[in-house]
Design a binder for this molecule. Structure first.
Ligand code: NOJ
Ligand code: CA
Length: 696
């Protein structure tokens, strides 16, 4: 793919790295004169955007960083199903600039305060009368560490509804590099093992897709505020040219929208280092502020569950002699939770509907009727006396039609029983989501199936989150649509799965592989919290299948993979057998004032330093891949003039995930102050965890 649009290329070549002075919510004068191109810069001037019309009258955008071309001229537009294209015949009608610098507070998260510092330009385009005369606006926001842009379709005569066959947004990545990605449009949704390939060997990828260019620049392509639209896959067209392809819909169009409307933001995080990708709030900043008002009812929570036993196959979701969700076991788990200060106990298989083949069907699930051996009233009253809340569970089998019919009563029932979080699930491994069904009347159909990241399912997830909010319930969605930062607007959407979690480790030796978690940190985790379910301290899945993890890595996961709802996943007997490790899990917070990646590279390792939101304590730790490594951690993130007693859980001498030596753990206690260093050896498949308590 050759760069085209001579004029745009020329303006890029001339672009220099001139810092600009950031202004506070400044709005520029609209330019009314038709222009051949429009440029804008990030607040520090390092990113320079050019929007132009190419020789074929198509709108194109390009981006340079520190004077080097990053994104070569790339097309913008839509193909509609009804023969209309918003592709050619465009002129730039005018543009309008603005800039903003503000800081907002998260109700919970990896950091309390988020700075939103950007310049923006709205480019107004129109097609020639021969091409239909349609209007199309594109808003670009430039931050120092990334950009976002979206189409804003204004109300106009002659175009009432857009039936979008596909969006033709392009990203022509100029420099060579390496990509970490999972395939889009495949079976099993996002639950895939990450691949590492040259950029020009990517096929169709889900986002976030992460890249490291040969000059060390790190990129992550994703989207923000996916509302009433289909998620996009990042599809390679040629060389390093990628095009958005929208998740399909069951009708002809992939998206149907009445005008006016805005698309989600197409985003690129851009940084010099892996840490710059991770400590980056681009997508959150591009989402709308909290719409729910007071969300003091959303509680970050550590939990245990009647869960690992079903995943391993020792217990069943279905009723019968091995049924996991019994009243007696739930009380036993609640006792354990109370003894260790955990606020939640997840119980799966508590309801009717698991006895048949529920995978991909879900029409038999009841969301209100418990099994005969599970007394919802009794267990929640029992928990209430101990300050322990039931974590609810709504598996749908992908049948959203069935779930939506019962949503309101399902949430109301849980609210009456003090449930604060509901885990939802959309298991439908072979096929898609059942968006409309009449299976009760006719077991063969009719069925309307949709993609799990198509417009209909995107709409469904928000309907669930909004219904839950009306009942002061938070949502943790498994087999979800990808996270695009909507937790800012709906802070009760606390977590999701959306990648291979711990459950895969129950299903085969070294199932997720030692690289998996240090890859997740720089890929899936850029999108938002993940209910990964760490804390399998026995390091064993079904039939003694070993985890690709040392014992210390199980603790390091609590620092590496953030979720405000976070599990200690093992059987309580196995947790009890590790009192020294439990002393860490009991104290590690689920809500942070600050988070910093202090050491790490994509796919190799990741060590975080995080400060508790509710105390002066710091926690440090993370995960390693299959290669042993020696690190020297520098504690320059600590406040000056304070000393800390640091307790350390680290890989013991000779530890490796490959043998029984995976259980070897070493403990240390030292005094640490700002600027001190600490040597840390990470085992193959290893990790570490540290707790820093102020001593003065
Ligand atoms: C798959 C989820 O990831 C898992 O956590 C859950 O237990 C099962 N579905 C059943 O809902
Ligand atoms: Ca899953």
């Amino acid at each position: 793919m050759k760069p085209f649009g001579l004029m745009a290329a020329a303006s890029l070549a001339l672009a220099t790295f001139v810092p600009t002075v950031p202004a506070l919510a400044q709005v520029g004068t609209p330019s009314a004169v038709p222009a051949k191109s429009v440029t804008a810069t990030s607040p520090d001037g390092s990113l320079v955007l050019t929007v132009a019309i190419d020789n074929d009258s198509r709108p194109v955008w390009s981006l340079s960083r520190k004077g080097k071309l990053l994104i070569a001229p790339s097309k913008l537009g839509f193909i509609l199903t009804d023969g209309l294209n918003l592709v050619r015949g465009f002129t730039i009608l005018g543009s309008q600039t603005a800039s903003a610098d503000s800081t907002w507070e998260q109700p919970w998260g990896e950091r309390r305060f988020v700075r939103d510092h950007h310049n923006e330009v709205l480019v107004r385009l129109q097609q020639s009368p021969q091409q239909g005369g349609r209007l199309m606006n594109i808003r670009f926001r430039l931050f120092d560490d990334g950009i976002g842009f979206r189409y804003e379709m204004p109300q106009q005569s002659g175009l009432k509804t857009m039936h979008i066959a596909d969006e033709t947004t392009e990203f022509s990545i100029a420099p060579k590099g390496t990509a970490w990605w999972i395939p889009g449009g495949e079976w099993n949704r996002y639950e895939q093992v990450y691949q590492k390939t040259p950029i020009d060997a990517v096929s169709t990828a889900h986002t976030p897709i992460t890249m490291r260019l040969d000059d060390g620049t790190h990129l992550a392509f994703h989207e923000a505020a996916l509302v009433d639209y289909s998620g996009y896959w990042f599809k390679r067209a040629d060389g390093q040219l990628f095009r958005t392809t929208l998740s399909p819909g069951s009708g002809g169009a992939r998206v149907v929208r009445d005008l006016p409307f805005d698309t989600p933001w197409r985003t690129i995080r851009i940084a010099d280092s892996a840490a710059g990708l991770v400590e980056n709030d681009l997508e959150l900043n591009l989402n709308e502020p909290n719409k729910l008002g007071d969300v003091s009812w959303v509680h970050p929570v550590r939990y245990i569950g009647i869960w690992w036993g079903m995943i391993r196959g020792d217990w069943t979701w279905a009723e019968g002699p091995r049924h996991g969700a019994t009243t007696a076991r739930t009380k036993q788990y609640m006792d354990f939770a109370a003894a260790h200060g955990f606020r939640g106990v997840l119980v799966e298989g508590w309801n009717r509907g698991w006895n048949g083949d529920w995978f991909g069907h879900g029409d038999e699930f009841s969301f209100t009727q418990a099994t005969p051996d599970f007394d919802l009233d009794a267990v929640t009253k029992y928990g209430a006396k101990k300050g322990v809340h039931l974590i609810g569970h709504h598996e749908t089998g992908g049948n959203i039609a069935n779930y939506e019919r019962h949503l309101e009563e399902a949430m109301a029932l849980y609210q009456q029983h003090g449930v604060e979080v509901v885990k939802t699930g959309y298991v439908a491994d072979g096929g898609g989501i059942i968006a409309d069904s009449d299976r009760a009347g006719d077991p063969a159909g009719p069925l309307r199936m949709e993609w799990h990241d198509g417009q209909r399912q995107v709409e469904h997830h928000l309907a669930v989150v909004e219904a839950a909010a009306r009942h002061h319930i938070a949502i943790d969605a498994h087999e979800p649509v990808k996270d695009t930062g909507l937790r800012r607007t709906y802070p009760n959407w606390v977590s999701r799965e959306g990648a291979r979690g711990m459950e895969y480790n129950a299903w085969g030796a070294f199932a997720n592989g030692p690289d998996h978690e240090p890859t997740l940190v720089y890929t899936r985790m850029l999108s938002g919290p993940m209910d990964f379910t760490p804390g399998v301290l026995s390091l064993e899945g079904a039939d003694h299948a070993p985890l690709a993890s040392t014992l210390a890595k199980q603790l390091g996961l609590y620092l590496a993979i953030y979720s405000p709802i976070e599990m200690a996943a093992d059987f309580i007997e196995n947790l009890k057998a590790h009192p020294r490790e439990m002393a860490f899990i009991e104290h590690v917070p689920t809500d942070w004032a600050e988070s910093h990646l202090i050491a790490g590279e994509v796919g190799d390792y990741a060590i975080f330093a995080r400060k508790d939101r509710n105390s002066e304590e710091w926690f440090v730790g993370g995960v390693n891949d299959a290669s042993a490594r020696d690190l020297t951690l520098t504690f320059d993130f600590l406040p000056a003039g304070k000393r800390y007693r640091m307790s350390v859980w680290k890989d013991g001498a000779g530890a490796t995930y490959l043998t029984d030596a995976r259980h070897r753990i070493a403990y240390d206690t030292v005094t640490i102050a700002k600027g001190d260093t600490y040597p840390l050896w990470l085992a193959p498949g290893g990790g570490a965890a540290m707790r820093l308590v102020p001593v003065d």
